[in-house]
Write a protein that binds this ligand. Structure first.
Ligand code: AHR
Length: 504
């Protein structure tokens, strides 16, 4: 049996977790909004038309912040279309996804929904077809209390209290030629800078995310970040990163190592931020917003067959399998490993569209396989991330050398007096013994060891069989003489919680 060793110490810390790294994303795309969160007439609809079954699952995930309304959608969006009486709202050709947007849900409804979901809104403004005015008016509409045109208009629409939206994205993926209103780094950097200034003049309490590259594989990656930050460094608080992976050629060991690419991406962007900081002799550190990340590839072929100009079609409806959940677990571990720099992250997306939650228009809502690692980390990943020294046997793949079979991170939750390990065993053939040296902690006892495992890497959950892939809590872990000894089944996602006793 393979064996991996971990050493941690309570004083060797990476950083305190900002819970906003457990954020998500709802775009006006496919059935994310319509039939996902909003479906008047459905048996589960509440008085505002929001689906209660979806809300319940979102609350179970404990999502602290949700990016809205796009995505590619936002680059052609007039937010004014989605306010005021519903019957007067225009139906528009939506160019990003080639659908009809009815505008039945807009910023006010989404803010109401987010409150019901115990979450906050992270609002994106349109810097594709729009600019400074549209963005500053939206901040005024959402955040200014009263006594001005846009704030009084909001009040006249029935929303007396401001929405107080704290985090705002300056456009979306502006480096991508597919983006409506795609720009060069200089064009975008100048526009983002001027928009940022005006938005913060309206509400100095907001935080701003500037667009980084839409992926580390973009030909402009690196130069894009450096140029955009040259223009905006002192006016923004975060730079965005996006990434999606897929097991396109059926090479699962390689696929499960994709989180190494994500880690490298994060480190590269942090270095570029620090390069600009040095050039500008700035005292400010820029943080990262990994505001789109997930697996996305299962639905690619189906999406090519969608009829244009339909309303809320089945679009980007990836059905996730068990191996996807393992990679999502590793991506969450990667975010935690970089908790000193990543302050916001959004699993893209939340409902129906590349999502952990699925709904059926006529039926209920259920959890996809990737729901479980997300829920686990959002529930138990609170406190401080400890910097582990890990010795693990490794394997080689087509894309990566030296991939450790064990991927793991430890979190110290001082409030609950708990030490939590999240771990993926990437070995598809054998279980692994994970041993952790915990001499820096006293009186440890095991609370639980839950495991997500399945003999079939391609197993999925569906409306008919929603509990096919499900975690169990019969993991084999024990604490013996200051050491944690845990058996991690082959190809598994593990959460091990330990109670810390009183200091001797
Ligand atoms: O999340 C789906 C799409 O992926 C988003 O609209 C876009 O920003 C990214 O390319």
């Amino acid at each position: 049996m393979k064996k991996a060793e971990i050493v941690i110490h309570r004083d060797f810390q990476i950083g305190r977790i900002d819970r906003r790294i457990y954020g998500s994303f709802v775009e006006h795309l496919g059935r994310a909004v319509y039939q996902g969160i909003y479906q008047p007439g459905h048996p589960e609809a509440d008085e505002e038309g929001f689906r209660k079954d979806t809300l319940e699952l979102v609350r179970e995930l404990k999502v602290p912040i949700i990016r809205y309304p796009g995505g590619n959608f936002v680059s052609g969006y007039n937010w004014e279309d989605g306010i005021g009486p519903r019957e007067q709202r225009p139906r528009r050709l939506e160019l990003a996804w080639r659908t009809i947007e009815t505008n039945h849900v807009g910023v006010n409804e989404f803010a109401s929904w987010a409150k019901k979901a115990d979450s906050e809104v992270m609002m994106a403004v349109n810097l594709g077809t729009k600019g400074v005015d549209s963005a500053r008016y939206l901040v005024e509409y959402c955040n200014h209390e009263k006594g001005s045109y846009w704030s009084d208009l909001r009040r006249s629409h029935g929303y007396e209290e401001p929405h107080n939206i704290k985090v705002w994205c300056l456009g979306n993926e502006m480096d991508g030629p597919w983006q409506i209103g795609h720009k060069t780094a200089d064009e975008y950097g100048r526009l983002a800078c001027e928009t940022a200034k005006a938005m913060k003049w309206v509400d100095p309490g907001i935080e701003l995310v500037v667009c980084g590259s839409s992926g580390s594989g973009m030909p402009t990656f690196g130069d894009w970040e450096a140029t955009v930050l040259e223009h905006t460094y002192e006016h923004v608080d975060y730079i965005s990163l996006h990434t999606y992976y897929g097991n396109r050629d059926g090479d699962t060991p390689d696929y499960l190592a994709s989180s190494l690419n994500m880690d490298n991406f994060i480190r590269s962007v942090a270095s570029i931020c620090d390069y600009v900081k040095a050039k500008k002799r700035s005292r400010k550190t820029l943080y990262l917003s990994f505001d789109e990340w997930n697996v996305w590839y299962h639905s690619n072929d189906d999406d090519r067959r969608i009829q244009p100009w339909s309303i809320a079609p089945h679009q980007l409806e990836d059905i996730y399998n068990f191996e996807d959940a393992l990679l999502v677990g590793s991506m969450l571990i990667t975010l935690l490993k970089n908790a000193d720099r990543v302050r916001i992250a959004c699993m893209a997306q939340l409902v129906n569209v590349i999502a952990p939650i699925m709904t059926s228009g006529k039926g209920g809502a259920w959890r996809q396989t990737i729901f479980y690692p997300y829920r686990d980390v959002s529930t138990y990943g609170n406190g401080v991330v400890l910097s582990p020294v890990i010795k693990s046997p490794c394997y080689d793949t087509k894309s990566y050398n030296e991939v450790p079979y064990l991927d793991s991170i430890a979190v110290l939750n001082e409030e609950e007096n708990e030490l939590i390990f999240f771990a993926v065993n990437r070995d598809l053939e054998e279980e692994m013994l994970m041993e952790a040296d915990l001499r820096a902690f006293t009186g440890l006892s095991l609370v639980s060891h839950t495991v997500l495992e399945n003999d079939d890497l391609k197993a999925v959950n569906s409306e008919e069989n929603p509990y096919n892939v499900l975690p169990h809590d019969n993991g084999k872990a024990a604490v013996e003489e200051g050491r944690l000894k845990a058996l991690l089944p082959k190809a598994s996602w593990n959460v091990i919680r330990l109670k810390i006793g009183n200091k001797e």
